[in-house]
Write a protein that binds this ligand. Structure first.
Ligand SMILES: [Zn+2]
Length: 247
């Protein structure tokens, strides 16, 4: 959550966030009508508290990460090819993605695409178009292309993404959401390597920052760091801009 937020803030430009959903009843994710609380005859929805049949949800939740790797690979290939055809040297990539547990009991995926430059926008359009056309054959449902028309500032998207992963209470404590506590998904989010290099906000960097914090609070007696790491950890903890390289 912290990693996602810090890194998207560092990107600074315009981004689009779109959502890749699980499929519906046509693909086997049928509603468990025995658990519905609305009157019979009304249509089901996650918002009404309806849930997908547990066995079907479990199966989709287990497989979707592998399916996503495959779909992402293909969409990236299409989008990179499109850039090459237009004469651009650089390849594209997602800035970040993050899984969220939907109310109906299956995961869906938020993806963040860079939209600052012309090649980034071209890459994002081709990428999302491919998700839409190939997604259903790889086990996924609806993918919304509309967000590409209205890019937003990266830090606002970061705020949105971190809000549902954890909520800050007025007293300063953190309440972890169902997305985080739900079992079975260890890799909750992903941040582009280009971005983590830019900010130093890697998992290891964040672990170090927590250690520095723990030491300041008196929970840890001794810190063992390489010099560059300690500085990076303190900078991250205090939210100072990081130097491009350690000393
Ligand atoms: Zn229902």
């Amino acid at each position: 959550m912290r990693k996602l937020r810090e890194n998207l803030r560092a990107y600074g430009g315009l981004v689009s966030m779109t959502t890749v959903t699980a499929p519906g009843e046509e693909a086997g994710l049928v509603w468990d009508t025995a658990r519905c609380s609305h009157p019979p005859g009304e249509s089901c929805s996650g918002r009404k508290g309806c849930r997908v049949v547990q066995g079907a949800a479990d199966l989709w939740n287990e497989s979707s990460r592998m399916w996503w790797r495959e779909l992402n690979r293909i969409a990236k290939q299409h989008a990179d090819r499109r850039l090459r055809a237009l004469g651009y040297e650089k390849r594209g990539g997602l800035l970040a993605y993050s899984w969220e547990m939907q109310r109906r009991g299956v995961w869906h995926l938020h993806i963040v695409l860079g939209m600052q430059t012309a090649p980034e926008r071209e890459w994002a359009r081709t990428y999302v178009e491919t998700l839409r056309t190939i997604g259903p054959s790889k086990g996924f449902g609806f993918v919304d292309a509309k967000p590409l028309e209205t890019p937003r500032e990266a830090r606002r998207v970061a705020g949105y993404l971190s809000k549902y992963l954890a909520k800050w209470n007025p007293d300063g404590s953190i309440e972890v959401s169902e997305t985080v506590t739900a079992a079975g998904r260890t890799l909750l989010n992903y941040v582009s390597r280009d971005l983590t290099l830019l900010t130093g906000a890697t998992m290891r960097g964040l672990r170090n920052a927590r250690l520095v914090w723990a030491s300041r609070e008196g929970f840890v007696d001794e810190l063992r760091f390489r010099p560059g790491e300690l500085i990076a950890a303190i900078a991250l903890l205090d939210r100072r801009a990081l130097p491009a390289r350690g000393p």
